[in-house]
Design a protein around this ligand. Structure first.
Ligand code: F3S
Length: 722
């Protein structure tokens, strides 16, 4: 004797989920059991409905009944938009147990209907699931179940969208679609038959083909149970549909070699068990075979805490459904699948994918299995954390929260706290700049007992800085060009980070032309190429230059200028000891104050002004020290008149620049002469000496010739010379 029990027999996950939602509500101590309603029977199974009603559930046929307040459950079959509206209008609390697969059909029908398609539903027009689906087309869909229905359809010129009731057979879907195609041209079809249904039907046909007796357990008004019966009957003449053990057919099972058992999607495990137990009793005298044991053995047993492999068979935004090879499919609430707040099931889940899951809870009565993938990942990921902590590995973490004093970052589903001081090696003004960003961290504390994991990005940055800095010092050499980032300014230059080490570019090395402040030509964060001028490894100092030798204006100066040349230039600076004249961009010469005029002046600004064009003679040219000495005085005429003229010219120049009028210039000149004469008198003694010196030779000759020169006469000569 052999017994084959279908692994797909019993609750599908849609029914399982709906029954569980109802039980959760009815077992909730805070819920008033007198006010829990279901819109139609939650499943087509008297026994399960009996269990639920015994706990307080009231089954109502429509929302118009005298339901004024409380909780209302929409069953797995789903409902129309009008029903949802009525629930909302009445202010009832909705528990939507619509099977996610059915919900998908609602959305599809609405979308296509809004798009101008005519909807055709292949299914039973009386079935609540079909009535609900039709509601999402505005109740404008055509429902067909047979060739006759299709023949009776009117001519449809619109685009047509065909969907299926989830529990119809695959054969029926193919057959009716062929007929529709013969009648209409513009058709798009969506095979919305539930996978659980088709798998169950395939397995049932396979078993029925191999056995002498086939038992289908389920309610006679359950659509999918009836379909199973039809399928099995095709392959096994001795097929019986029973709802409870007492309905087992009066056959001598001892004479049967193989018995097959399957059950509809609304049949709970405990009824299947009872049926098998009854068969066992009938077979009592046969000591060699025990049906009940065979049934138990045919099931994969699960208990809380088990870790098992499963296959994803469906999902929606809230749950993932997993085939475990158990009587019922397992459910993973989406929060138990992933901790990633941006987790997108559509993008990241694949039907058919094998995954390892943790069994959180098994409900033996209803056979539901609550699963978690997160727990598995978490166990595995704690190992990743332990390993990363031990090996000081750098991890990628996504910042999901800003907390007091730091951020929470997720590493492989595990929360890691990163204090603000450990986020960076720089001051962080606003932690929000890290929110939703992926950062690099290293685990610096891993306290398993307290579940305290602390990460740091700073240690990584510091370490990198140190490493880079060592590399800089190892390879540093004068004259080397290197790329850097402008870090900061001072009045005397700019600091540039050359890869973990800061060097200083002095003001004079910022440009070939004069720069007053680094910010005149640079911005913080600029990338620049600098030349290493000098360095001190002990003092950790590096001098840098931003000047490019190719642009050195002094390069061809020797070819262009020589001592004695008269140049034209513009005054760029006045200093107490003279003026700087720009010969060309980046090349200034100095006219010392003594070289400005034939007569003595108090300060350069008395005669000259910034921006004034002047002519001067090159009196010194030192390429090594990059110094050019100039003289204006040398190209002025020697005589008083000439000096006056030159002075006048200079004054004229001043007049141009400073807009001083002619009378004022005469006044200035007169004042200057008076001042000079007064100074000459008071400084007679000081003047005398150099004059004496310069006239030494002449005086000596005079002394030789006349042997004596009177004091008055000498003064006369001095005056003449002046
Ligand atoms: Fe849903 Fe399929 Fe069951 S549509 S209710 S899972 S048979």
């Amino acid at each position: 004797m052999e017994i084959i029990i279908a692994s797909t027999a019993g609750f599908c996950f849609g029914v399982d989920r709906a029954v569980n939602k109802a039980l959760d509500l009815l077992n909730n101590a805070e819920v008033d059991k007198n006010k829990v309603y279901s819109l139609g029977p939650i499943i087509h199974n008297e026994q399960v409905i009996g269990l639920l009603t015994s706990k307080g559930l009231k089954v109502i046929d429509n929302i118009d009944e005298s339901v004024l307040e409380g909780n209302i459950i929409v069953r797995a079959h789903g409902a129309s938009p009008e029903t949802y509206k009525k629930i909302d209008d009445k202010g009832l609390s909705l528990i939507d147990a619509t099977c996610p697969y059915v919900k998908k059909i609602h959305d599809l029908v609405k979308e296509k209907s809004d798009d101008g398609y005519t909807i055709i539903i292949i299914g039973n027009k009386e079935h609540p699931e079909v009535i609900g689906i039709n509601g999402w087309s505005g109740n404008n869909a055509f429902v067909v179940e047979s060739q006759e229905d299709i023949n009776n359809l009117p001519d449809i010129d619109d685009k047509i969208c065909v969907v299926a009731q989830t529990t119809i057979t695959g054969d029926n879907w193919v057959k009716l679609n062929k007929l529709l195609k013969n009648r209409f041209k513009n058709i798009v079809k969506f095979d919305t038959i539930c996978n659980a249904t088709s798998t169950r039907q395939e397995e049932a046909s396979d078993i029925a083909n191999r056995v002498d007796l086939m038992i289908v357990i389920g309610s006679k008004n359950s659509s999918n149970t009836n379909k199973l019966y039809e399928i099995c009957r095709k392959y096994c003449k001795e097929t019986f549909i029973i709802e409870v053990p007492g309905e087992l057919p009066p056959v001598d099972i001892k004479k049967i070699k193989k018995i097959g058992i399957t059950a509809g999607a609304s049949t709970p495990d405990w009824i299947i068990k009872e049926v098998v137990k009854k068969m066992d009793e009938l077979n009592k005298k046969d000591v060699e075979f025990n049906f009940a044991d065979a049934f138990e053995e045919s099931l994969i047993t699960l208990k809380s805490g088990d870790v098992v492999m499963g296959k994803i068979i469906g999902f929606n935004a809230a749950e993932v459904f997993v085939d475990l090879g158990f009587k019922s499919d397992g459910i993973i609430p989406i929060g138990e699948y992933s901790t990633d707040p941006d987790f997108d099931p559509e993008k990241e889940l694949k039907v058919g994918e094998e995954i390892k899951v943790f069994v959180v809870r098994v409900n033996d009565v209803e056979g539901t299995v609550l699963l978690s993938k997160r727990k598995i990942d978490s166990l595995k990921n704690f190992e990743v954390i332990d390993e990363a902590y031990a090996n000081k590995t750098t991890l990628s973490a996504k910042v999901t929260e800003i907390t007091n004093g730091g951020v929470i970052a997720i590493v492989k589903g595990i929360k890691v706290f990163v204090p603000a001081s450990q986020l960076s090696n720089k001051y962080i003004k606003d932690l929000n700049e890290f929110l939703h960003k992926t950062i690099r961290i290293r685990i610096i504390e891993n306290n398993k007992e307290r579940r305290k994991i602390i990460g740091s990005g700073r240690v990584i940055l510091e370490e990198e800085k140190h490493k880079n800095s060592s590399a800089v010092w190892d390879n540093i050499e004068k004259g080397k060009k290197i790329s850097g980032t402008v870090k900061g300014f001072t009045d005397f230059g700019a600091f540039v980070d050359i890869g973990g080490v800061d060097g200083l570019v002095h003001l004079s090395e910022l440009s070939w032309t004069r720069v007053k402040h680094p910010s005149d030509i640079l911005n913080i964060g600029d990338t620049v190429e600098v030349t290493i001028l000098d360095f001190d490894k002990d003092k950790k100092r590096i001098s840098l230059s931003l000047k490019n030798e190719d642009e050195n204006p002094w390069k061809n100066i020797a070819d262009k200028y020589k001592v004695g040349d008269v140049i034209k230039g513009k005054i760029t600076r006045l200093v107490p000891f003279g003026v700087f004249v720009e010969l060309e961009k980046g090349v200034d010469g100095l006219v010392h104050i003594s070289q400005i005029s034939n007569f003595k002046i108090g300060k350069p600004g008395d005669l000259l002004a910034i921006g004034q064009d002047v002519e001067a003679k090159i009196v010194e040219l030192n390429l090594e020290t990059k110094k050019i000495g100039l003289s204006i005085k040398d190209i002025l005429p020697e005589s008083d008149d000439a000096a006056d003229e030159t002075a006048e010219k200079s004054s004229e120049n001043i007049e141009v620049k400073t807009e001083v009028n002619a009378e004022e210039i005469v006044e200035i000149k007169t004042e200057k002469k008076k001042k000079e004469k007064a100074e000459a008198k008071t400084e007679k003694k000081t003047v005398k000496k150099p004059v004496k010196k310069s006239l030494k030779k002449e005086e000596k000759e005079t002394e030789k010739k006349k042997k004596a020169v009177s004091k008055d006469k000498t003064e006369e000569i001095v005056k003449d010379k002046e």
